[in-house]
Design a protein. Structure first.
Lengths: 183, 122
């Protein structure tokens, strides 16, 4: 067990799934160890994220068939922040065990939305604005992926985390082993 | 009142995403993020249904903005895609994008068709 006051090992690999990664022993155990506080933290975070999304949607409404800038901005900024958060909690800080469930699974998961983005595309197609639909789908994807990449790289650069060497061809077992071995 | 409904839906949707992800992960050993894929596609199906069904603004706030919004996630989807690409599983990253967007759009469409069929029948 790591002393929680010590910084995380910068060589620890980021998990693939930011919500929960059962290959990481601490995350596999967290639900059995503290079921109600873990689910409560996710629930509370989800409410905060969803209310922020609702507020932004109400502040920046869009006409049917027009580009939904509110959801676009929400999803892209949420992707930037998940990149920052995952590097911080995995490679920089040794955070409280409820921080990832609250901020990552709850707040950012509740803030960003896959269903609204895709139903917006579907609605634009139905309204005869296929061009807007395709542009929205592609722009969200490209901007979201660029945002995660920027969040991860920027945080690593600022915090001075050196990128761990790439795993071998069988990435998944090595990732699991590295995670398990570091803890 | 709307704020309360959004919060209530999200209070259930976000932990359900976490529990579904855990349940799905414990049943397979693939590097492909099936857990997030499952919640995102299921959320698209339900939201597609709600968008075409027009059950009122209260239902939309609770089940649409709150529940579906918090059940599904773009941040985890984006992060997983980047991590798959970074860890050398680039075909999985491409597959995740194509499958999630394709199945999400398909599910939203099916949800709308079901809602229109029900509305037309009643």
């Amino acid at each position: 067990m790591h002393d929680p006051r010590l910084p995380a090992d910068p060589g620890t690999r980021l998990p693939v799934d930011s919500d929960v990664e059962l290959r990481v022993p601490e995350q596999r155990r967290e639900l059995a160890r503290a079921p109600w506080t873990t689910l409560g933290a996710i629930s509370a975070g989800g409410m905060i994220g969803a209310l922020a999304r609702y507020g932004l949607g109400a502040a920046f409404p869009h006409d049917p068939g027009a580009f939904d800038w509110a959801t676009f901005g929400i999803n892209v900024s949420g992707c930037l922040l998940i990149g920052v958060l995952m590097v911080m909690i995995t490679q920089v800080l040794r955070p409280h065990p409820l921080l990832r469930p609250f901020l990552g699974v709850g707040v950012l998961g509740g803030f960003t939305t896959f269903s609204t983005a895709l139903v917006e595309v579907q609605k634009s197609v139905e309204d005869g604005s296929s061009g807007t639909a395709l542009a929205y789908l592609a722009a969200t994807l490209v901007a979201a992926l660029a945002a995660v990449w920027t969040g991860v790289r920027l945080t690593r650069a600022i915090a001075g985390v050196r990128t761990p060497p790439r795993p071998g061809p069988d990435a998944r077992s090595k990732v699991g082993a590295a995670e398990g071995g570091a803890r | 009142m709307t704020l309360l409904l959004v919060a209530l839906g999200a209070a259930v949707g976000a932990p359900l995403r976490y529990l579904t992800d855990r349940a799905v992960q414990s049943r397979h050993d693939s590097v492909f993020p099936w857990g997030t894929f499952t919640v995102n596609v299921a959320g698209c199906l339900l939201l597609g249904f709600l968008a075409a069904h027009s059950g009122g603004s209260g239902v939309m706030a609770l089940a649409g903005t709150g529940f579906c919004g918090a059940l599904t996630t773009y941040s985890t989807f984006g992060y997983e895609t980047l991590r798959l690409a970074e860890t050398g599983a680039r075909p999985y990253a491409v597959l995740n994008v194509v499958a999630s967007l394709g199945a999400g759009l398909g599910a939203a469409w099916i949800g709308m068709v079901i809602a229109q069929a029900l509305t037309g029948a009643s």
